[in-house]
Design a binder for this molecule. Structure first.
Ligand code: SF4
Length: 392
């Protein structure tokens, strides 16, 4: 794991433990069994590949991470990506078993297919049910559906999952996750395959009403312009960002260009608040406050408890920024850095996670302190240090 930059180390040493009073325990741990994915969707915002990239190491252990989350007093363990969880079936089974022993709620977010380790849908469902044992906590399965997934793996497997889960595990929470894109017909096609009706449900979801009288929610999330995804790629497929979102996006594309990465300007506000923190635990064992963890402050679940991590994490002004204003405040600081030539145009504005330049990370940290000093009770030494950094 990286260590803090010199400036951030000095700043955090002056900072009280938890000046915002952020809640002690996380709610959800989003656990990545692997960085790899055998599917290879064109729009993958993780840029997942079937093999590890240079420098990537996978050290996560399913039993240890379930124990770690239970000790942190988290309520839920979600297996997701990063990569594709179904490419690591033994990891999933062992994590589910251990989470069940701790009475943690469990979820899996998946494409529904592994091209490297294919299995029958019945086998997944029966294995996971057996692993859960007599746990009374809930189990949630969320399947991805969009044009890009359909290009690679079709949609027939989704109809099969729905049928099998309804038959073998009717108590599971089953949902679908689509994209909020005009022209994406994948959900309509699945409805046709199932003989289901599609009923709008609020701004961001639709409901698939099945012939048996039950229904499944399809959440539509904002398109993430990171990794392999770009607006040009949507245009080539006849897909469009909805008009209302397109307007807010335009000022960012003017800044960095239509083919560049922007991050998550179209996402909902992250569930990181004073009263709620969710974590992402990557397959290298690093624990991230969701989308908020700078590269120099990522501690390993193998060497630190959550309590020990919060002693450092909750001092970081970047996490304070996300708690107070989501990624928008950090994006505004990065915009100013790009416009003034301090950051290059390849900078991803809506991403703390993608800031790789130590000098830029220091600058954005100092900018955030100055922006928050009237909201957060920072000691005068902290504000003075940030101000001096920006004047130097
Ligand atoms: S979007 Fe999901 S299924 Fe597609 S390549 Fe990325 S991790 Fe794999």
């Amino acid at each position: 794991m990286q260590s803090l930059t010199a400036f951030r180390k000095s700043l955090l040493s002056e900072m009280p433990d938890n000046p915002l009073g952020i809640v002690a325990s996380p709610v959800r741990g989003y656990v990545w069994p692997t960085f790899r994915c055998s599917i290879g969707c064109a729009h993958c915002n993780f840029s997942s590949l079937p093999r590890l990239e240079r420098g990537q190491r996978e050290t996560i252990d399913p039993v240890q991470i379930a124990d770690w989350l239970a000790e942190a007093k988290a309520r839920t363990l979600i297996l997701c990506g990063g990569g594709e969880p179904l490419d690591e079936p033994e990891f999933c089974e062992r994590a589910i078993r251990r989470a069940g022993e701790h009475s943690l709620n469990v979820g899996i977010y998946t494409s529904g297919v592994s091209l490297s380790r294919p299995q029958a849908v019945e086998d997944y469902v029966e294995t996971w049910r057996a692993a859960l044992g007599s746990s009374h906590a809930w189990f949630a399965l969320r399947l991805s559906i969009d044009t890009f997934h359909a290009e690679r793996i079709g949609i027939a497997h989704l109809a099969e999952w729905i049928t099998v889960v309804r038959r073998l595990a009717p108590d599971w929470r089953l949902s679908l996750r689509g994209l909020s894109l005009d022209g994406d017909m994948s959900v309509s096609e699945l409805a046709g395959e199932l003989g289901a009706d599609l009923v709008p449900q609020g701004k961001r979801s639709v409901r698939l009403n099945l012939k048996d009288g039950t229904g499944i929610t399809v959440e539509r999330t904002g398109f993430v312009l990171d990794g392999r995804a770009s607006l040009e790629q949507l245009a080539r497929r006849g897909l469009r960002i909805p008009a209302a979102q397109g307007e807010s996006l335009a000022s960012w594309t003017r800044l960095v260009g239509r083919t560049r990465r922007i991050g998550r300007p179209l996402s909902r506000r992250l569930p990181v608040a004073k009263t709620r923190v969710d974590l992402e635990i990557h397959s290298d064992s690093a624990v991230h406050v969701l989308e908020s963890q700078a590269f120099d402050l990522r501690l390993s679940s193998r060497s630190h408890t959550w309590r020990e991590m919060t002693d450092l994490y909750y001092r970081d002004p970047l996490i304070h920024a996300v708690v107070i204003a989501g990624l928008a405040l950090v994006a505004q600081c990065l915009r100013e850095a790009i416009e003034s030539g301090v950051a290059d145009r390849g900078t991803v504005p809506f991403s703390i996670e993608q800031i790789r330049d130590p000098a830029l990370l220091d600058r954005v940290t100092a900018m955030v302190v100055m922006a928050l000093e009237t909201v957060v009770p920072y000691p005068s030494e902290v504000s003075a240090r940030a101000a001096a950094f920006l004047c130097a």
